[in-house]
Design a protein around this ligand. Structure first.
Ligand code: IPE
Ligand code: IPE
Ligand code: MG
Length: 250
């Protein structure tokens, strides 16, 4: 479709010197507004957003980013109309079916975080299959955050800790910040260095509440379907100019 195709620019292949963030997380937002501006149904905005995902994953891989987390469906997004929820779930299945070969060929690990047990069965099947097939790859790890909520994640962690406690596997004194982190969905993943949110909203919307303690935030007014590789480069370069002190004096 005409509005889904995007012209490649020379700057797409730009090299960025300096230290790359290890983990980039993106709150993909503005699909609905993008569609509304074009008098299209919201589902078309989500479809256009998938095109951006393809390009951003490819670019993160090319730049040597180790982790890319995409917030794709929150624990609150179930409040949306049923047809929008089902079109999002359908898009996810289509994306995984269509893109998995290419992602695998490009050495991408396709992982997921969130309580996927509440997703429709075909989504769960594709997500598990994608992970099993790609888990030994060494390129960027694409974490799809689905039915993800930061509060839900913390509550789940507390339940798992209490289960371990009741079985005598851990003691109260064992619960340190580090130990707690290992009970989160992101147990194996470093905290995001930068959290990008397009579409003009400047809020966290229940995303990575524990992990964002020292993340750098980067906002832009661009809706996610219009977000380009150049915008990603700008976010990374801005990140590289931030002074991260982690509470210390530099
Ligand atoms: C982001 O776009 C996609 C999801 C939350 C699933 P939105 O659908 O939130 O788009 P806006 O915010 O309504 O423009
Ligand atoms: C956050 O976007 C969730 C995802 C991007 C998956 P929302 O559009 O749901 O957030 P709010 O409602 O504007 O805070
Ligand atoms: Mg939104």
């Amino acid at each position: 479709m005409f509005f889904l195709s995007r012209k490649k620019k020379d700057s797409d292949q730009k090299t960025i010197s300096g230290q790359m963030p290890r983990h980039i997380a993106i709150i993909m937002d503005g699909n609905g507004r993008w569609a509304k501006e074009r008098r299209l149904p919201r589902a078309m905005g989500h479809k256009a957003g998938v095109e951006t995902i393809r390009e951003i994953v490819k670019e993160c891989n090319r730049l040597g980013i180790k982790y890319l987390t995409l917030y794709a469906f929150s624990t609150e997004n179930w409040k949306r109309p049923e047809d929008e929820v089902s079109s999002l779930m359908q898009l996810l299945v289509e994306f995984l079916k269509k893109e998995l070969d290419e992602l695998h060929k490009n050495n991408v690990v396709v992982n997921h975080i969130g309580d996927i047990s509440k997703l429709p069965e075909p989504c769960q099947v594709e997500l598990r299959n994608a992970y099993i097939r790609t888990k030994n790859n060494t390129g960027v790890t694409l974490n799809l955050a689905l039915n993800y909520g930061g509060r839900n994640e913390i509550v789940f962690a507390v339940r798992k800790i209490l289960t371990d406690y009741s079985r005598g596997n851990i003691k109260v004194g064992d619960i340190t910040e580090e130990a707690f982190s290992r009970y989160l969905y992101t147990a194996e993943i470093p905290d995001p260095d930068i959290i990008i949110r397009p579409s003009g909203e400047q809020r966290i919307s229940n995303f990575m509440l524990w992990q964002c303690a020292y993340s750098e935030f980067w906002y832009s007014n661009i809706n996610w379907p219009d977000f380009t590789v150049q915008d990603l480069h700008k976010a990374i370069e801005d990140y590289q100019n931030r002074d991260r002190r982690f509470g210390a004096v530099k």
